[in-house]
Each structure stands twice: as C-alpha cells, then as structure tokens.
Design a binder for this molecule. Structure first.
Ligand code: ATP
Ligand code: MG
Length: 317
C-alpha cells in the first residue's frame, strides 16, 4: 500500500501563549505556554494522524530543542526519520492578545544546514521511498540549503516513481515548480510569484492558473484562497470549492491541515474534487481552534458534509 512520507527541512518547536493586552516597555504576563512540534511537513504528519492516517515524518533536528521535538512527536505516536544537524532546532512563538483576539506570530529563521547534512537526508529518502508513495514536502528552506533542494527531491521522487506534493514559497517554490510535481498547493501570493505577477485578482486567477499548468510539469494545482476556499485546476477541470464561514481563532497550520486532508483523500481513493473539498474542510477546521492544534477530524467531517451540499462552481477547460 502507498505510504505517505513528509519532509520538513525547517522544523520548529511552536510555543503558544495568550496575554491580556500587548504594548511596549512593560512586562507582558503570559499564560502557561503550550508546546507543539511544528514546521510544514511535521504539521502535515500531525494532521494526518488526527485524521486517522499514518505517515513517516522525516526532518532535520539538532540540539536540546531537537531532542524535545522528537519527544513531542513520540508522544503523538508519529513514526520519524531524523537527519541529525549541528545547529539547534528553532523555536517559534505565537501570542494571542485576549483583549483584541489578535494573534502575533514570531517565526525564527532556523539553523543553517551543512552540505553533508542535507546530502544525508537525500540519501535516506532515496532508501525510504517506494513506487506509488506520496512524498509531501512542506515549508520554507532554512539558511544554507541550496534553492534547488526541492528540485533534487523532485528528481528522487521521479526516479522512484513516487508522487511529489509540494507546499513551499519563495525561490525554492519558483525553482521546484519547473521540475516534476504531482500536486502543488500555492496560496494566491505564491501563485503570483510563480506567474511573475505582483498580485492576482478574481479576474485573472483562472487564466493564470491554467497558463501555469500548460507550461509546467505539474498534474494538479490547488490554489488555496484562505476564507474563500480553494481552486482546483488540472488539464481537464477547473473547480472552485468554497470554505464555510466559521469562528476563526487561529490560522496556524491551515495550509498544512489542508494538505493533510488532501493526501489522506488520495489514500482513500476520493475524486480530485472531493479531495479539494476535504482539504478545504480540514484547512477551515484548523482555523476553529487556538494555537497550533491543527484540524480535528469531527470538525473536518462536518465541514466536508456542508461543502458537499454547496453547488460546485465547475468550469471545464
Ligand atoms: N479565515 C478562514 N475561514 C475559513 N477557512 C479558512 C480561513 N483561512 C484559511 N482557511 C482554510 O484553510 C485553507 C488554507 O488556507 P490559506 O489559503 O490561508 O493557506 P496558506 O496561505 O498556505 O496558509 P498557511 O499560512 O497555513 O501556509 C483554505 O483553503 C481554507 O480552506
Ligand atoms: Mg502555506
């Protein structure tokens, strides 16, 4: 059976807390923080677990924070493949101001990765990946890793006949999008960067998405649109899936929960439209809770039923 392997090149310990009012030059007394394993692929693995699936979670890790990261993932019973690094795994901070319900997210760059370290990760992946597996890479690249790291990953997936799913941004995305990718999940800004435009409106979204698919070796493009849901584009279909309105508490990990929902749908054999519906359901479910909890399956299943009842906005290319 096809396995899911997630890859996180820049993992983190995500620390979340709340405070009543944020201002300068005063001591901000926060509540007890919660700690979660974080970083793109790790979030995808955590969300997959919450949806009842399993994955091999592959990541770089170093120092005491790296050891704590392993402990957090062990507690969630997530199978791991760790590439050790000299640098210390980064720690991020999210603070919610309870007086305004606004959340402040402080992200750190992550330790530099040495060449021998990222080469090791490529070798490990080559050994682990089998034909038909889903390889999900999510997250920005940390300092020192070459911009074409995901291109190298794509080549390994291609050689192994595995299906490469990518969710990243910046130069790493622009380079990797030119290689073979089974499914790409950019948000609007990321699609803009891919298409070389500064912003995308409803007027040009569909034509830009279509043009991208025509010019690149990508089978499925899912453009996530935040509260507006997502757009599925393949060579044969274009479908917009709306997102339900919910009480939004934190958008941390919405994109990763969405990717988890989509890859699980592929494992379950759902159609591509239902895959995006479940992805949107999981992304929206992730926004219903504070902190870094990601999606809860019961919420996602309820939202999925709501989405299925909406008339699909279908366009055939
Ligand atoms: N405010 C919201 N209300 C409802 N659903 C939302 C909201 N924000 C995000 N979502 C859901 O999560 C999915 C992914 O969100 P978004 O498009 O913001 O991804 P992203 O920019 O990649 O997010 P991330 O910051 O996690 O990388 C959306 O398609 C939608 O289903
Ligand atoms: Mg994202």
């Amino acid at each position: 059976m096809a396995r899911i392997i997630t890859l996180t090149v820049n993992p983190a310990i995500d620390k979340s807390t709340t405070v009543a009012g944020i201002g300068p030059n005063t001591k901000l007394r926060c509540t007890q923080p919660t700690f979660d394993a974080g970083g793109g692929g790790i979030n995808v693995s955590r969300a997959i677990k919450k949806l009842g699936g399993t994955s091999l979670c592959s990541y770089f890790s170093g120092g005491p924070s790296g050891a704590y990261l392993k402990q957090l993932l062990d507690e969630k019973d997530i199978e791991q493949s760790i590439t050790p690094i000299k640098g210390f795994t980064r720690e991020n901070l999210a603070v919610t101001d309870t007086s305004t319900n606004q959340q402040y997210r402080f992200g750190m760059p992550g330790p530099p990765i040495q060449e021998a370290e990222w080469q090791n990760a490529l070798k490990q992946l080559e050994l682990q990946l089998n034909k038909g597996d889903y390889l999900v890479a999510s997250g920005k690249l940390p300092p020192n890793i070459p911009d074409d790291f995901y291109v190298k990953i794509s080549r390994i997936a291609e050689n192994k006949e595995a299906l490469f799913i990518l969710d990243t941004s910046g130069e790493a995305l622009i380079k990797a999008a030119k290689s073979r990718v089974y499914m790409l999940k950019p948000n609007l800004a990321e699609l803009g960067a891919l298409c070389g435009v500064t912003s995308i409106t409803d007027l040009d979204l569909k034509s830009l998405a279509q043009e991208f698919l025509e010019n690149n070796d990508c089978q499925i493009l899912v453009v996530s649109l935040g509260p507006k849901g997502a757009l599925l584009v393949t060579k044969n279909e274009m479908v917009q899936v709306p997102a339900p309105v919910v009480h939004q508490k934190s958008t941390i990990g919405a994109g990763d929960s969405m990717v988890a929902g989509m890859v699980m749908s592929l494992i379950w054999g759902k159609s591509l439209v239902d895959m995006v519906r479940y992805g949107v359901a999981c992304g929206t479910a992730a926004t219903m809770h504070h902190g870094t909890q990601l999606c809860i399956k019961e919420d996602a299943d309820k939202l999925y039923e709501w989405i299925k009842q909406q008339a699909p906005i279908l366009e055939t290319n």
